[in-house]
Design a protein around this ligand. Structure first.
Ligand SMILES: [Zn+2]
Length: 390
């Protein structure tokens, strides 16, 4: 199949390609960039009349098992497994129909998201390519302890880690601080000493697994940064005076120097803050300082938590741009090529390039000029297949 007369943004460059204007989707689901006159013998072609193609979007932080309409974090665990799997498959389908062709699942209790991952991989159902963390390692009664990953010390933390590896996860998640949705847990509090996070990172990396660390409070951010995790989730700089009030430029430099990715989980709902000029000025200043310190940002939403819908990344990106003072180009890279690098998928997806998976979106208008366009893809390809339902 050859899609002709396209403007191609490869996920990296500052503008559409001047060299290529056609995409070939090979039988094996891989991409070739070419020109509209390079039609193969017997090849099916489609003229897209100057439409815009970009790589499929990636959400670096979701929870497929959580129902965003449910406020009780314990509720899903009481639903029969078959019903949960059905609901999770529906969420995955909605995601890919919104143009999210890859996502990282950062926690559940029963490894059901791994089953969905495998069913998508085998072509049994349609959804984004998933990277799954399984049960996050947390402290006793700590953040999301109801998922079963409680550990009282280093030895038990490593045994939780081993259990995830046995179940076939793609990465390890650790709750370096408390969080909002767990009664009794406080976002400001570090849940483990630096030495425990260090042991988790060493054990995970030695087996080829990256580590994502949930970090709201500054003490947890410090522990995770010093331990050299792969991604810091949320990075909320919470301290005794509140959210965002304990930003430490020196620690941001450490995060930048170590090449740790920051995944701020800005969802579409944050749009309600954008009318507050003082809030926007303060958060813009913080993100500008973090960027100047070398912190690399990736797009993420924490989809599944109350009122954060799995398919809403395209809506969230405009809000992320406003919150983190990004250009359209930076925002789009954070959800494509940069996100793929952070997730270890750079050789698979995140760019339009020869040999990569045919994960791409086509729009009538230019998303580089206006991010709102992202909410209305006219074509979606995921892993070489055109997604139905458009
Ligand atoms: Zn989360």
């Amino acid at each position: 199949m050859l899609l002709r007369n396209l403007k191609l943004w490869d996920g990296v460059e500052s503008d559409y390609s001047t060299e290529f204007d056609a995409l070939r989707i090979n039988e094996d689901g891989s991409l070739v960039l070419t020109t509209s006159d390079e039609v193969l013998v017997d090849e099916t072609t489609q003229d897209l009349a100057g439409a815009y193609a970009i790589p499929g979007l990636i959400d670096a932080h979701i929870h497929l098992c959580l129902d965003p309409r449910e406020s009780d974090p314990f509720a899903h665990g009481k639903v029969p497994e078959s019903e949960q799997l059905k609901a999770m498959a529906e969420r995955a389908y909605k995601m890919v129909c919104a143009g999210i062709t890859s996502a990282r699942d950062l926690g559940g209790g029963q490894w059901l998201e791994l089953k969905i991952r495998d069913a998508i991989r085998s072509g049994e159902i349609q959804g984004p390519r998933l990277m799954c963390a399984g049960q996050p390692i947390t402290s006793v009664q700590g953040h999301c302890h109801f998922w079963g990953g409680e550990a009282k010390d280093e030895i038990s933390a490593l045994s939780v880690l081993d259990r995830q590896v046995e179940k076939g996860v793609d990465l390890i998640k650790v709750m370096a601080t408390g969080g909002n949705i767990t009664p009794g847990s406080r976002p400001v509090d570090a849940q483990f000493d630096e030495s425990v996070i260090q042991a988790i990172v060493q054990a995970a990396n030695a087996q080829g697994f990256p580590v994502a660390a949930h970090c709201h409070g500054v003490d947890g951010i410090r522990n995770a940064a010093h331990a050299g995790v792969t991604t810091i989730e949320h990075c909320s700089w919470v301290g005794p005076d509140g959210w965002g009030k304990h930003y430490e430029p020196e620690l941001a430099r450490t995060i930048g120097q170590k090449g740790i990715w920051v995944s701020p989980t800005v969802n579409a709902g944050w749009g309600r803050h954008l009318g507050n000029e003082r809030y926007v000025a303060a958060i813009n200043a913080r993100y500008q300082s973090m960027k100047a310190a070398g912190c690399r940002l990736i797009a993420s939403t924490d989809a599944g938590i109350p009122n954060v819908f799995h398919e809403d990344l395209p809506k969230a990106l405009g809000v992320f741009k406003a919150v983190a003072a990004l250009s359209n180009l930076e925002t789009l890279k954070s959800a494509t090529s940069d996100c793929a690098r952070a997730l270890g998928l750079e050789a698979v997806t995140g760019r339009l390039a020869d040999g990569l998976s045919a994960d791409f979106l086509i729009f009538d208008q230019s998303p580089l000029d206006n991010l709102e366009v992202l909410e209305n893809p006219s074509w979606i390809y995921a892993q070489g297949k055109q997604i139905t339902g458009q």
